[in-house]
Design a protein around this ligand. Structure first.
Ligand code: NDP
Length: 307
């Protein structure tokens, strides 16, 4: 933790006083150097806060606006300059505290685009979800159930699998059971789509669970990147693979607002439940990272830089 001068925003930025920053797995990759950053560098990408000054190209934003963002490096700090095109004004009608709202940002909008846009799930689909007790996974499971899909959810141990079951998953198991569970539930036919956040460790197993014309969606790579693939492997069942990213599905403020509104309507209808964010002070950032890496916690982890 270091003290540094607050830099004025450039023309295309706003200076934001951070109220709550999100801790995400990508921050761990940054800290470890798996995704190298130019050093010295701040850490953290996501947050909620209040605009305190705006660059010349500030558009419709005003000083005092309550805003969120998911892609501004250095967000664990008390102040951060956020590119204007990354900012979204939080409408007062949302009526969510920072702790309630934070899990709906990177994770909530990701879960939303995964089931609505990267593949459009219907009630006819049978879907396999890995890392189903994680932040994205637990929301994906509930959004899938809202669409009437049949959900097979997997996690690393039976407690975490049970967590997904309690959220509505129809069938649950641990990763080593993926192949047998899918074969049993689908009577050998396979699933329509896989949402896989684990990556390397179970890629081959997940790909093999798909039915003809099925789609494998690589949402994240918590166990490491999937090695290069011979596209010929897709031909026997005409499979498709997608490697989506939130940036492409929430490019504009309107996209982000629409996804958030959908999510908050589901919350109000009692169809989407999740724990509020757990906030750590800045000098306990190591504990926050230890917790996310421990794979024992299912809620959103946050840094409150003013605690
Ligand atoms: P969480 O930390 O909440 O969940 C990740 C889960 O991955 C863990 O809880 C763990 O559950 C599982 N996991 C499996 N293997 C490992 C491993 N080797 N090390 C650590 N965890 C492992 O993260 P999120 O839900 O926020 O994110 C899930 C994934 O999605 C991440 O990889 C993240 O980078 C990615 N992501 C992708 C986005 C996109 O647009 N494509 C946007 C946001 C996140 P268990 O122990 O049950 O296996």
């Amino acid at each position: 933790m270091v003290e540094s001068e607050t830099l004025s925003p450039t023309a295309n930025e706003a200076l934001v006083k951070v109220a709550l920053a999100g801790v995400n797995f990508i921050d761990v990759y940054h800290r470890r150097g798996q995704y190298p950053l130019p050093l010295p560098s701040g850490i953290g990408l996501e947050g909620i806060g209040e605009i305190v000054s705006i660059g010349k190209a500030g558009g419709d934003f005003k000083v005092g606006d309550r805003v969120f963002w998911t892609s501004a490096l250095g967000s664990y700090a008390q102040y951060v300059n956020v590119p204007i095109d990354q900012l979204t004004v939080i409408k007062p009608e949302l009526q969510l505290t920072n702790e309630q709202l934070l899990p709906l940002l990177l994770q909530g909008m990701t879960a939303h685009y995964l089931v609505n846009s990267s593949y459009q799930v219907t009630g006819e689909d049978t879907v396999l979800v890995t890392a189903a007790a994680g932040g994205v996974g637990q929301l994906v499971v509930q959004l899938l159930k809202d669409k009437g899909a049949t959900v097979i959810a997997c996690a690393s141990n039976s407690n975490r699998a049970q967590y997904a079951k309690n959220l509505g998953a129809d069938f649950v198991g641990i990763y080593d059971q993926i192949a047998s569970l899918v074969a049993e539930v689908t009577k050998g036919l396979g699933v329509d789509v896989v949402y896989d956040s684990v990556g390397k460790d179970y890629f081959d197993v997940c790909l093999a669970t798909l039915k003809d014309n099925g789609m494998y969606v690589l949402c994240g790579a918590a166990s490491g990147p999937v090695p290069p693939l011979d596209l010929g492997r897709l031909s026997t069942k005409s499979l498709a693979i997608r490697r989506p990213t939130l940036g492409s599905y929430a490019r504009t403020q309107d996209d982000r607002i629409a996804r958030l509104e959908d999510l908050t309507n589901l919350i109000r209808a009692g169809k989407l439940k999740y724990p509020s964010a757990k906030a750590f002070p800045m000098d306990k950032t190591k504990e926050a990272h230890d917790l996310i890496e421990s794979r024992t916690y299912s809620g959103k982890i946050a840094i409150d830089p003013w605690l």
